[in-house]
Ligand binder design. Structure first.
Ligand code: ADP
Ligand code: ZN
Ligand code: ZN
Length: 680
């Protein structure tokens, strides 16, 4: 055994919460640095693993196997990276192996040393150099940058849409690289759709060679190349979606989280991490500057500023003196009954069309109508596999379940009673588009032609390249009225839009999810921010909200563009009710063949709780069915765990985990813990 003298501990991809989660011991010819990426046998397969440390030489586990190879051309992953992975796994109650391997690009997990060496020899081209010089800063930008330069933060850049936050990020990176040419910056965006335009701005400022993108829309070779460029310290700037927060960045000095309030930063499966929260952790652990940016910060971040944990940087003014659009509330009580579009809103859209300006109309529901119903009996378009209605899509005459995907052609007559009079109930974007086309059939553009109406949502943009094509059409002015879901409200820099309208946003005011008003306010502010981005048009820009509750305080704050007032009122309520950010939560979710089995698992878990929390600082609520209780014939239930103390909650979850693993009632399919859940 002399040639296999060393024992190393290796983390390997492991099922979520199996007891295999701990590193496994392998033999090696020579000691390997922790962080080395290796290939090891696991069962009958060979898998990629990461050396986590040296194993105790004295113990000789049975069946000790030698490692199969080392990807020696890659430097080992740093201690800081391993610490980040360890923290993520512990905090979000997942196995080390799952988190560590999921953070590596998929293709790296497949390659052996020889294949990797071949990849590494293929170097990317040089790309174009910088073309876009920095702007002269506004005084607000100047003040914000001075602070970012002077401290580590974390900073919350509270800046109106169009106040020049992106320019601040660009110049913060520029100053960093001027000080330290080998430094790296990580810039996170909430959605893939937003990466191309941001990438273009960073490449124009720093040259294409300095920038790499990391998101799930890349091909496996592209992802591997980007990851390697980051890991070897060659890429100066990494732009990415939430997954990029776990990238290996040996000389990381600055992290930017743009639109930090966006729910997309929370991973919804596997390790359910929040990339924003991990950015804060990483900034602290690696002593690097963190800048969170938003026009409507999360109440968690806002509260952290009030408590002095984050430093708030204000940029209230739009660049070029442009004003934020005037907010017009239409009281639907005083409009013709059943009207989808109020007459004054229609008039305003017509006026835009006549002037050659664009309008954007949004509704958060795709399809034609959420339900199809029989007028003679009580048949409705329920999904046979889910406790939900199938949505009527008129375009291809289908009923589609948005939960499980089950799709059928629309029946000619009621499947229950044979009545042919079955009708759509409610409305989605398809119906909105159809009705607008009718209502605006006689509206004329400046050149006398008829108005062009287009729709953009998950249905119209499914095919590759469609999103880009449709956005280009809007930018080129080939569309007068754009109808869509909230997809159209995010981040796109539409220059010609002077009117934005929310058709029916009220439902969020009374939703059971306590975060719904916070999301609605952010959505409306962000949507309004699409209007009047061209300062010359800003004066004429308007945000229209059709509502049955024009007196609601949320709308009052919206009219004044007053996020601080909204946040203060909302925080007061949260504090009184003991909800986040004044409490910390976790959800235990169970999926089973029957609702009874799902709830039995949760009830058994809850019964363990008192013994694990003798001081009584953690509250475990009763199991309840999920909002949509059954999806694809699987019954779902959940249980809320809450504490005013984050450490108490964490200690409880850690002690609970092994008990949950040991509980295996019949009928249970799977369970998962969601720490700091966003939807309850
Ligand atoms: P935000 O990210 O806050 O929405 P941006 O950084 O995208 O704002 O800025 C909005 C617009 O103003 C962009 O077109 C940008 O190029 C321009 N801009 C930003 N800062 C300046 C500046 N200091 N001088 C002139 N134009 C600027
Ligand atoms: Zn019927
Ligand atoms: Zn279904």
């Amino acid at each position: 055994m002399a040639d296999l003298a060393a024992r190393v501990q290796v983390v390997v991809p492991t099922p979520a919460h199996s007891s295999l989660g701990d590193p496994l011991t392998y033999a090696s010819e020579e000691p390997l640095a922790p962080g080395s990426i290796v290939r090891v046998p696991l069962g009958r397969r060979q898998v990629c693993g990461v050396v986590w440390g040296e194993a105790d030489e004295s113990v000789d586990p049975p069946n000790l196997k030698p490692i199969a190879g080392v990807l020696g051309e890659l430097p080992p992953l740093s201690p800081a990276w391993r610490q980040l992975v360890t923290f993520t796994a512990n905090y979000y109650q997942r196995s080390l192996g799952e988190v560590a391997l999921a953070a590596l690009p998929p293709q790296l997990r497949e390659l052996d040393a020889i294949q990797l060496a071949r990849r590494l020899r293929r170097t990317a081209g040089e790309g174009t150099g910088p073309t876009d010089p920095p702007h002269a800063l506004t005084s607000e930008q100047d003040a914000a940058l001075a602070q970012i330069d002077a401290g580590r933060g974390p900073f919350l850049l509270f800046g109106a849409t169009g106040s020049g936050k992106t320019e601040v990020y660009l110049q913060a990176v520029a100053r960093l690289l001027a000080r330290e040419p080998e430094a790296q910056a990580l810039v996170l965006v909430p959605e893939i759709n937003l990466t191309p335009q941001l990438q273009a701005r960073f490449e124009a400022r720093f040259g294409a060679a300095a920038v790499v993108a990391m998101h799930s829309g890349l091909t496996p070779p592209q992802r591997l190349r980007a990851w390697i460029a980051a890991h070897r310290g060659q890429a100066r700037i990494v732009l990415g979606t939430r997954m990029a927060v776990l990238a290996s960045l040996p000389t990381l000095r600055l992290i930017v989280v743009d639109e930090e309030h966006d729910p997309s930063y929370k991973q919804q499966e596997g390790a359910r991490y929040s990339a924003r929260d991990l950015a804060i952790y990483r900034g602290h652990a690696e002593a690097v500057t963190v800048v969170l940016g938003s026009a409507t910060p999360s109440l968690e971040s806002w509260q952290a500023c009030r408590k002095g944990r984050y430093r708030q940087l204000d940029m209230a003014l739009r660049v070029g003196e442009g004003r934020l659009p005037a907010v017009r509330l239409v009281d639907m009580q005083h409009q013709p009954k059943g009207a989808l579009f109020s007459p004054p809103l229609l008039e305003a859209i017509r006026a835009r069309i006549a002037r050659g300006e664009q309008s954007l109309v949004f509704l958060n529901r795709r399809g034609y109508a959420p339900v199809l119903a029989c007028n003679a009996c009580d048949w409705k378009s329920e999904c046979p596999h889910c406790s939900a209605f199938r949505v009527f899509h008129k375009i291809d005459r289908t009923l589609r379940c948005h939960h499980c995907g089950y799709t059928e052609r629309v029946p000619r007559a009621c499947p229950a009673c044979g009545n042919v009079d079955i009708a759509p109930v409610g409305r989605g974007t398809e119906r909105l588009e159809e009705q607008l086309a009718e209502l605006l059939a006689d509206a004329q553009r400046p050149d006398g032609t008829t108005a062009r109406i287009a729709r953009m949502d998950a249905d119209t943009t499914r095919a590759k390249g469609e999103l880009e094509r449709q956005l280009a059409q809007v930018h080129a002015g080939d569309v007068d009225v754009l109808v869509g879901t909230q997809m159209v409200t995010k981040g796109h820099d539409f220059r010609r839009i002077t009117l934005v309208a929310a058709v029916n946003p009220d439902t969020a005011l009374f939703a059971s999810d306590f975060r719904a008003p916070e999301r609605l306010f952010a959505l409306l502010m962000q949507a309004g921010g699409r209007a009047g981005r061209d300062a010359a048009q800003a004066e004429a820009s308007e945000m229209w909200v059709q509502t049955w509750h024009p007196q609601h305080p949320l709308y009052a704050a919206l009219r004044r563009h007053d996020f601080p007032a909204f946040a203060e009122a909302e925080l007061k309520q949260r504090e009184a009710a003991g909800m986040p950010p004044f409490a910390y939560q976790a959800l235990l979710r169970a999926e089973a063949r029957t609702q009874a089995a799902a709830q039995a698992f949760l009830a058994a878990a809850a019964a363990e709780a008192p013994a694990l929390d003798p001081s009584g600082r953690v509250t475990v609520y009763a199991p309840v069915p999920m909002g949509v209780q059954r999806v694809a014939n699987v019954e779902r239930a959940q249980l809320l765990v809450e504490s005013a103390s984050r450490p108490a909650l964490q200690a409880f979850l850690a002690a609970w985990q092994p008990l949950l693993q040991a509980t295996r009632p019949a009928g249970l399919i799977r369970w998962a813990v969601d720490v700091d859940p966003l939807a309850i």
